[in-house]
Design a protein around this ligand. Structure first.
Ligand SMILES: Nc1ncnc2c1ncn2[C@@H]1O[C@H](COP(=O)(O)OP(=O)(O)OP(=O)(O)O)[C@@H](O)[C@H]1O
Length: 320
């Protein structure tokens, strides 16, 4: 896999200005890469620098030292025009789905903001794109005219994901994307992210406190402590046999996973669908009302119309 995002010696401090407070060293010389299509988990206790790292990688925050390269291009040295092009290719899903949406605007235009700002598509074609984005995240396209307060927390986070996907990014930073949600819907949103990542070949930086979810979703993991990388490696290997004492302490502080919260197992490429393994497009596998014989039987027919299937599943799950 080729590196899509590459950080070298990334450091960032805050404060230390006129109040004569000592500066906070949020990040201290971090090197990392995210390959195309790879999911890299970032774990660490509160204040270890996870969100700062995400914002630095996206160029939303300038580093105090070090560089970030996206597809070989130095993000810090990009001209205004180059920066606008780069921004289309990397997006973020925020922790708070309500705070990140404007309560006074209908959700449809908000989802299309990125397309409008970057002038990516003729206005006449944007309606179809909006409908496709909403269906892709399991929402009814007719709901584009609603305001954010007319949705549940989980639905609002789906809107945030649709907005992040609008410009067709290759790299997505998901900063604690489910921690503000009710436990009962966390698994659905996680399954949606996992599916989208696979379908769209997205590279993902997944920031989370939820170590079991990181283990299941991510290919590799980086463990941060006080702004430094303590350990890095394949997620399964790091969690099974952590080499660093800090990782061991972090793991031992994690409550045992409630089996009901487990993400649905993600099928391997080419694995035939079955009642236990509904169509890959279905994001509601945990509560999929069609996860029975008829769903499996209808798989070939469902795959081309995955979006419709997802909407049907969402309606049924909401009604249940
Ligand atoms: N804008 C800022 N101004 C001052 N200090 C900041 C700012 N942003 C982050 N920090 C500090 O930098 C350190 C790292 O913060 P960061 O938000 O990256 O940690 P985190 O690991 O994401 O924490 P959490 O898991 O609680 O979100 C913290 O000590 C924080 O107080």
């Amino acid at each position: 896999m080729t590196a899509l995002v590459q950080a070298q010696g990334l450091a960032r401090s805050f404060g230390g200005g006129w109040l004569h407070r000592p500066p906070v060293q949020a990040l201290r010389g971090v090197d990392l890469t995210v390959a195309r299509g790879e999911a890299l988990g970032v774990v660490g206790e509160s204040g270890s620098g996870k969100s700062t790292l995400g914002r630095l990688l996206l160029g939303l925050l300038p580093p105090s030292a070090g560089t970030v390269r996206f597809d070989g291009q130095d993000v810090g040295a990009a001209s205004r025009a180059e920066w606008r092009r780069l921004r289309q290719r990397m997006q973020i899903v925020f922790q708070d789905p309500f705070g990140s949406l404007d309560p006074r605007r209908r959700v449809g235009p908000q989802i299309l903001d990125g397309i409008a700002i970057h002038g990516l598509m003729p206005p006449a074609e944007r309606g179809d794109r909006l409908a496709a984005l909403l269906a892709q995240v399991g929402l009814d396209p007719a709901h584009a005219v609603r305001f954010p307060h007319e949705f549940s927390g989980g639905q609002r986070q789906r809107i945030g994901i649709a907005r992040a996907l609008a410009t067709g990014p290759e790299f997505l930073v998901a900063d604690e994307p489910v921690s503000a949600l009710d436990v009962s819907i966390q698994a659905q949103v996680m399954a949606l992210l996992a599916d989208l990542r696979r379908q769209l070949g997205l590279a993902l930086l997944f920031i989370s406190h939820d170590l079991p979810v990181v283990r299941q979703l991510c290919d590799r993991v980086v463990v941060l402590y006080l702004g430094r990388v303590m350990e890095e490696g394949p997620a399964e290997a790091v969690f099974r046999a952590p080499a660093h004492p800090y990782t061991r302490a972090l793991l031992s502080a994690t409550p045992r996973l409630d089996p009901r919260r487990r993400l649905p197992r993600i099928p391997l490429p080419g694995e035939p669908p079955s009642p236990a393994n509904p169509p890959s497009g279905c994001v509601f596998r945990t509560r999929c009302p069609q996860a029975a014989a008829d769903c499996a039987a209808a798989v070939p027919a469902l795959q081309p119309v995955g979006a419709a299937h997802r909407v049907a599943c969402l309606r049924a799950a909401e009604a249940a």
